[in-house]
Every structure is written in structure tokens, then in C-alpha cells.
Design a protein around this ligand. Structure first.
Ligand SMILES: *[C@@H]1O[C@H](CO)[C@@H](O)[C@H](O)[C@H]1NC(C)=O
Ligand SMILES: *[C@@H]1O[C@H](CO)[C@@H](O)[C@H](O)[C@H]1NC(C)=O
Ligand SMILES: *[C@@H]1O[C@H](CO)[C@@H](O)[C@H](O)[C@H]1NC(C)=O
Length: 409
């Protein structure tokens, strides 16, 4: 993993420059304020009547896309189903709100799936990897093939095993290679078996990423143990052409964009500790979290409230992203609110610096020293399962998106 001193320095810079959760809160507030609603109070409808609010809204949404590492919201044609493998992977990694269950399940922070573009009669595949950023480090690449049940006529076949080999196709004219293909992976598979077979093809994908134009596709051969060609009716793999969509050949790519290594390095990990939820009982029990949070903004009682974590629901449907984000529908980013008065108790999780500052403030020793600020002191990552511009399904982890607890800083 990338853990050099340079990365670490860059990360500190990144965090201090643009703490994602703080930005999300700012953006979510802007977006919700700019969305005109009859239920909103006078202040907000006044805000949305000005036509610059539309500009603010689109600028905010552009900025939010940047937080999620995208240039624009992908356009999706028609109703698309994500591969079951990706849905299962998402459910393994994330809880219902998209919050990462265990940051060590995934090696990198991105998993991309691709469908074959060739739809060939042969067991030959081509995957378009143009959506992978050149900065992404390829950790593992897998070819997923669905092996179909042998046809009935082949039941009395005398072979028990077959040798399945995956080759990378090479440009033989350019390199004077007689064979024109390179073996990537090969193994014995029981002839009567049915289900997914996974082959590691990392080498090939790395070479495709390194040199544009190297990607001529993959070829799969099925042989008897004696080395002769196996009858195609006996050992068959599902193709994108004539078989069910859920069994399409697929390339699954595990990558890392370098942001996660730095984050893990930085966060104090305490797996036994569950996120603290101080003061949630103070809240009115309403289902629309963002409403209750919003109404508190204008509540005079806020002045008296001590630093605590309050809900802040980021609703992807409200932002207009429900078309391309498969999961989650939204997530609770939480926000930190309240005062940090003297004396700061341990429940306010003060830093030593905050404790001293609150004492100086109380003693009025120095002019212009405020009480410390209520801010997130633990942040969690969330996962997004979404369609990219090329309609590939991507699972991506974003660090520091959810305030796990609040403290006086
Ligand atoms: C804002 O309103 C003015 C006048 O009403 C108009 O000329 C201008 O094009 C509007 N701007 C936008 C971004 O809608
Ligand atoms: C791969 O996809 C991109 C984006 O959709 C497209 O511009 C490009 O032509 C495709 N390449 C091939 C070889 O099909
Ligand atoms: C490779 O092939 C080219 C023509 O396709 C030829 O000019 C060149 O001499 C060959 N190189 C080797 C090492 O055989």
C-alpha cells in the first residue's frame, strides 16, 4: 500500500484543506435550501426565489460530484440491473446506510465490473477499461465465467475433468510472436460442474493499463487431459449472447486510488468502540432526519445545547442522483452542534488544547478567545454502488464521510 511520507503529507494537506464530511454538510444545506418546497420557512423560500440560487445549487452539486470523484453525473439509458456479484459484495462491505462494516475486507477502495463487449461465438472476450483512471493501482483482476450444465447427450461422457486455460491475446504481427497469445491462468475443472469459475488475470489487465492498444482481449480454451480439444457440447460457458444476463461473462477489477492507505494510517482504530450517539434522545422523533435537523437551526434552544451529534440525512434522490446510484438511497452523515462551555466534561471528548482554551475563555485572561468548537472527532467511510458513464457497475469506498462522534476541539 502507498504509505510513503509523501502520501502522508499529502493526506494531511487534503484533510485540512477539504474535510469531506464538513463539505457534505455545507453542500447538503445549500442543496436543500435551494430546493424550493412549500413547507420551507420564509427565510428559505426567499433564498430560493433569487435566481442565483439555481447557480448556487448547480455549483454545489458539481462540488459534491467532485467529493465522489466524478466529473459529471453519469447518464443511464433504460433500467439496468447491477450484477449480483457486485450487489453481494456491497452488502458484505457496507451496512444498509452504506457505512463500511470493516475497513479491512477490501484490499483497495474500488471494485469495478465490466461486461464483455465482443459477444463472440468463440470463448473470446473483450472488456473496455477506458473508465479506469490511469492513476488507479490495479491490485487484482478476475475473469468470472459461468459454467453451464453439460447438455443431456453428453451425460455419458467419458471425461471427468477438463483443462480450462485463459490466454491474453497478443499482437503477433508487431511482436513477431508465432503463437500470438500468453497463458494467464489454467486449471482442472470437473466436467459435470455448474456455476461461477473465477480466473486471475491481473498481469493482462496491468499490461492493458500500461499501454493503450495492448488490449486485444482474452481467449479461453477447454481441453481434455490428453490435450485435445474438448467437445463444445460437453463443457460450455455462458456467453453474453444467448444466455441469461445474470450469467454474463464479467471482468472484476480491484483497484486503489491511493486515498485509502493514507486514511487508514491516520485514523485511530478501535474496533471495540461503537459510535457514540450522545444526546439523540433530545431530538423530536421524526422520520425526515434532515427536516428535524434543519428546524433546529432556527431554534433558540440551540444556544443552550451542549456539543453533540445530530442527524443529517443526505438524500441522493433529493439531489437527483437516484438514477445512477444503486445503493444506498442516502446516508446519515450526522453533524456536530452545540456549545463547549467551561468546564468541559469527558463526555464532550475535549482535546487538551480545547480544555485549556475553555479555561482561558472562562478566566477572560486574554481578549477575543472563544469557547472551543464542536466538531467531528471520529469519521467513518461510506460505500457507493453505482453505474459509471459506460454503464459498468462500480463499488467505491469514500473516507471521512460520516461523523462517528463529536467533541470539543
Ligand atoms: C437572472 O434573472 C435575470 C433577470 O431577471 C436574467 O436576465 C438572468 O438571465 C437570470 N439568470 C439566470 C442564471 O437565470
Ligand atoms: C471504450 O469506451 C469508451 C467510452 O464509452 C469509448 O469512447 C471507446 O471508443 C471504447 N473503446 C472501444 C475499443 O470500444
Ligand atoms: C519482425 O517482423 C518484421 C516485419 O513484420 C521484420 O521486419 C523484422 O525483421 C522481424 N523481427 C524479428 C526479430 O524477427
Amino acid at each position: 500500500m502507498l504509505q510513503g511520507p509523501t502520501t502522508r503529507r499529502m493526506y494531511h494537506y487534503f484533510i485540512s484543506e477539504m474535510l469531506p464530511v464538513a463539505m457534505i454538510i455545507a453542500i447538503a444545506t445549500l442543496v436543500s435550501m435551494a430546493t424550493a418546497r412549500s413547507s420551507l420557512n420564509d427565510l428559505e423560500s426567499h433564498f430560493s426565489m433569487e435566481n442565483e440560487s439555481e447557480e448556487v445549487r448547480s455549483a454545489a452539486i458539481r462540488r459534491l460530484l467532485e467529493v465522489f470523484g466524478m466529473e459529471g453525473a453519469p447518464l443511464l439509458r433504460g433500467d439496468k440491473q447491477p450484477p449480483q456479484y457486485m450487489v453481494d459484495l456491497y452488502n458484505t462491505v457496507a451496512d444498509v446506510d452504506g457505512v463500511t462494516k470493516d475497513p479491512y475486507i477490501l484490499e483497495g477502495n474500488t471494485v469495478r465490473s465490466f461486461f464483455d463487449k465482443l459477444h463472440s461465438e468463440q470463448i473470446e472476450f473483450l472488456f473496455n477499461l477506458s473508465m479506469v483512471a490511469s492513476s488507479e493501482k490495479v491490485l487484482t483482476a478476475e475473469l468470472h465465467l459461468f459454467k453451464l450444465r453439460p447438455q443431456v447427450s453428453a451425460t455419458f461422457n467419458r471425461y471427468h475433468f477438463c483443462q480450462v486455460s485463459v490466454y491474453q491475446l497478443l499482437d503477433s504481427s508487431k511482436m513477431n510472436i508465432t503463437q500470438g497469445k500468453k497463458l494467464l491462468s489454467s486449471r482442472l475443472i470437473p466436467v459435470p460442474s455448474t456455476g461461477w469459475e473465477v480466473f486471475t488475470i491481473t498481469q493482462a489487465v496491468r499490461s492493458w493499463m500500461a499501454v493503450e492498444g495492448n488490449n486485444l482481449g482474452l481467449l479461453v480454451t477447454v481441453q481434455t487431459l490428453g490435450g485435445s480439444q474438448m467437445d463444445e457440447k460437453v463443457v460450455r460457458f455462458s456467453s453474453g449472447r444467448n444466455h441469461h444476463k445474470s450469467k454474463q461473462p464479467m471482468l472484476v477489477l480491484f483497484t486503489d486510488d491511493g486515498r485509502r492507505a493514507a486514511a487508514l494510517d491516520n485514523t485511530v482504530k478501535d474496533p471495540n468502540e461503537t459510535p457514540a450517539v450522545p444526546g439523540l434522545s433530545n431530538l423530536p422523533n421524526t422520520p425526515g432526519f434532515h427536516r428535524s435537523a434543519r428546524s433546529l437551526d432556527y431554534d433558540e434552544d440551540v444556544e443552550k445545547m451542549t456539543c453533540q451529534r445530530l442527524p443529517l440525512y443526505v438524500d441522493f434522490e433529493e439531489i437527483g442522483w437516484s438514477g445512477w446510484i444503486v445503493s444506498p438511497r442516502g446516508y446519515n452523515a450526522y453533524h456536530c452542534k452545540g456549545s463547549c462551555p467551561f468546564p468541559l466534561g469527558q463526555n464532550m471528548r475535549p482535546t487538551n488544547h480545547a480544555t485549556v482554551q475553555s479555561i482561558i475563555n472562562a478566566l477572560k485572561l486574554t481578549k477575543g478567545i472563544e469557547t472551543p468548537c464542536c466538531a467531528p472527532d471520529k469519521l467513518f467511510s461510506i460505500n457507493l454502488l453505482y453505474f459509471d458513464d459506460d454503464e459498468n457497475v462500480v463499488l467505491k469506498q469514500y473516507d471521512d464521510m460520516v461523523a462517528g462522534s463529536c467533541g470539543c476541539h
